[in-house]
Design a protein around this ligand. Structure first.
Ligand SMILES: *Cc1c(COP(=O)(O)O)cnc(C)c1O
Length: 468
C-alpha cells in the first residue's frame, strides 16, 4: 500500500486520497488540500532522475503525489499524452540569458502559457477518474486569462465534463478571450463577468462553499486550488535544476506570481528535496505579495489593471498552503487568519514567522513602465522577445544576484499572447503564430453575466435541467 493522504489547511474537512482530492478541488471547510506528509527524494534518487525525458521525469515525480490512486503504467500513459502536444521536444527548454541567469520557457503548450503544464495533465486525470467510476462532473473555474483557455483546451469534447469558465469582462486580452470563446464544443460555457478576476474567483469559491449546490452539480475545480495542478508544476522545477547540476548544484528560481500557485510548486519541490536556494516572487503593481514579504502584513488593496493581466490578483489563494507550512501546520491559526482576511482584508504574522518566510523567499514588484523597460532591455541585449509576465520574473531575478548560484526565471507566456504590450515596449512587431491568427477570424460564443452569485447559479441550474 502506498496511499497518499491529503488534509485541509483548515483542519475541518475529511482527509482524502489523491483521486478524491483531485475531484474535490477546494476542501469542504473552505481550506486547501495539502499532502499529509511530504514524500521526499534523497540526493541519490535525484541523481537517478538525470537524463530522463520530460514525460518520464513527470511520471516519477507525480507518482510521489498520486500514490496508489493510479497504476504506474496508467500514469505514464496519461503524462505521455499530456505533453505530447507541446511544440518543442524539450517540452520546457532552458535558455541562457547571461552568466548566471536562465529562462525556462514554459509556453510551448497548446495555449501558449505555462498553465498547459498543469491542465493538459489535469484534464486527462479527470477523464481517467470519471470513466473509472462512470461519473460525470461540472467544472467551474475563474480565469485572469490563461487558466481559462488551458482548461478549455484540456477538457473540450470530454463527455463526462461540463465546464463553466468565468473571466472578467473586457479585462483579458483579445487573444486570450478568443482562445476561450472560439471553442464551440457543447460542454464548454464561457461566462464574462462584470467584475475583476477576484470577483470571479469569489463567485467560484461561493459556489463551492454551498454544500448542497456543490453536491447537486458534482462541482470540481481546475484553479490552482486543485492539488493535482501543483503536483504537475513541481516537475519543471526538477527538470530545470537537474539541467543545471542538481543535486550537487543549488539553484534559485524567480517566478512571476499572482495566485502563488506556481511559486508554491517550487516550494513543494524544495520540500521534496530539490536543492532550491531561494525563491524569488515577481509581482506587478498589484503587489500584495511583495508588500507581505517586506512587512509580514498581508493587506488587500484595490486591483489595478496592468500589462501583465494574468497577475492582476489581490487575493493569492495558494498562499494559504504556504501559511499552513510556516505556521507548522496549525490549522486553527490558518483558519483564524483567513477569516480575518475575509472580514477585514488583512492579517499580520508574528515577526519570527515573517523572518522564517523571508529566509527562503524574496520579492520584488514592477510598475508597467519598469516591465516595459525590462522587455526592451532583454530585446536589445539578446534579441529575445519576452512577454510582460516573463519580464517581471527576469527583472525580479536581477534584484537578487548571488555568486555561485544560477537563477532560473520562469517564462510563463509566449510573447505573441501579449503582442501589443511587447511591441509597445520594444518597438519590434511580434508575429502572431498561425494557430493564433486563425482564432482571430473564428466565431465566438460567450455569455455576459453580472457579478452576482444567484445569476451565475441560475445559469448552471437551467443548463443542467436542459441536459438532464
Ligand atoms: C497564471 C499566470 C501567472 C501567475 O501564476 P500563479 O500560479 O497564479 O502565481 C503568471 N504568468 C502567466 C502568463 C500566467 O498565466
Amino acid at each position: 500500500m502506498n496511499a497518499m493522504q491529503y488534509i485541509s489547511t483548515r483542519g475541518k474537512a475529511p482527509p482524502l486520497d489523491f483521486a478524491q482530492t483531485t475531484m474535490a478541488g477546494l476542501a469542504e471547510d473552505g481550506g486547501l488540500y495539502v499532502p499529509a506528509t511530504w514524500k521526499t527524494f534523497s540526493e541519490r534518487e535525484i541523481r537517478a532522475l538525470r537524463g530522463l525525458s520530460y514525460a518520464q521525469l513527470a511520471t516519477r515525480i507525480i507518482s510521489r503525489f498520486s500514490g496508489d490512486s493510479i497504476p504506474d503504467a496508467t500514469l505514464a500513459q496519461l503524462v505521455k499524452h499530456a505533453y505530447r502536444g507541446f511544440r518543442q521536444v524539450a517540452v520546457a527548454p532552458l535558455k541562457q540569458l547571461d552568466d548566471s541567469l536562465y529562462l525556462l520557457e514554459l509556453f510551448h503548450g497548446p495555449t501558449w502559457a505555462f498553465k498547459d503544464f498543469a491542465l493538459q495533465f489535469l484534464g486527462r486525470l479527470f477523464g481517467y477518474f470519471l470513466s473509472k467510476h462512470k461519473q460525470t462532473c461540472t467544472i467551474i473555474g475563474a480565469t485572469s486569462g490563461d487558466t481559462g483557455s488551458a482548461a478549455i483546451a484540456a477538457v473540450r469534447g470530454l463527455d463526462a465534463v461540463t465546464l463553466y469558465m468565468l473571466h472578467p469582462h473586457a479585462r483579458v486580452s483579445p487573444v486570450q478571450r478568443r482562445q476561450m470563446t472560439t471553442v464551440l464544443d457543447a460542454n464548454i460555457h464561457n461566462l464574462a463577468v462584470d467584475g475583476t478576476f477576484d470577483d470571479c474567483q469569489n463567485l467560484v469559491k461561493a459556489m463551492f462553499n454551498d454544500a448542497a449546490f456543490r453536491e447537486k452539480h458534482r462541482l470540481s475545480a481546475v484553479n490552482s486550488i486543485n492539488w493535482a495542478r501543483i503536483a504537475a508544476q513541481t516537475v519543471y522545477y526538477f527538470h530545470a535544476a537537474l539541467k543545471l547540476g542538481a543535486p550537487e548544484q543549488a539553484v534559485n528560481f524567480s517566478v512571476p506570481s499572482g495566485n502563488f500557485g506556481n511559486v508554491f510548486a517550487g516550494y513543494a519541490a524544495r520540500t521534496m528535496g530539490l536543492p532550491i536556494n531561494r525563491l524569488i516572487v515577481g509581482c506587478n503593481q498589484n503587489d500584495i505579495l511583495a508588500r507581505f514579504f517586506a512587512s509580514g502584513r498581508m493587506a488587500r488593496r484595490t486591483l489595478k489593471a496592468s500589462i501583465s493581466p494574468s497577475m492582476d490578483i489581490q487575493i493569492s489563494s495558494n498562499f494559504e498552503r504556504y501559511l499552513f507550512e510556516i505556521l507548522d501546520r496549525d490549522s486553527e491559526q490558518v483558519g483564524a487568519l483567513m477569516a480575518r482576511f475575509a472580514a477585514h482584508g488583512d492579517f499580520r504574522l508574528e515577526p519570527e514567522v515573517h523572518r522564517k518566510a523571508t529566509a527562503l523567499f524574496s520579492a520584488h514588484s514592477l510598475s508597467d513602465a519598469e516591465t516595459s523597460a525590462e522587455i526592451k532591455r532583454v530585446y536589445q541585449q539578446s534579441g529575445e522577445l519576452i512577454d510582460p509576465h516573463s519580464a517581471i520574473g527576469i527583472a525580479a531575478a536581477r534584484q537578487f544576484p548571488e555568486t555561485g548560484v544560477p537563477t532560473v526565471a520562469l517564462g510563463t507566456a509566449h510573447p505573441a499572447k501579449f503582442g501589443d504590450a511587447v511591441t509597445a515596449a520594444c518597438g519590434a512587431p511580434v508575429p502572431l503564430p498561425r494557430p493564433l491568427q486563425e482564432i482571430m477570424q473564428h466565431e465566438e460564443r460567450m455569455r455576459r453575466v453580472p457579478n452576482d452569485l444567484d445569476a451565475v447559479k441560475v445559469i448552471l441550474e437551467r443548463n443542467d435541467a436542459r441536459l438532464a
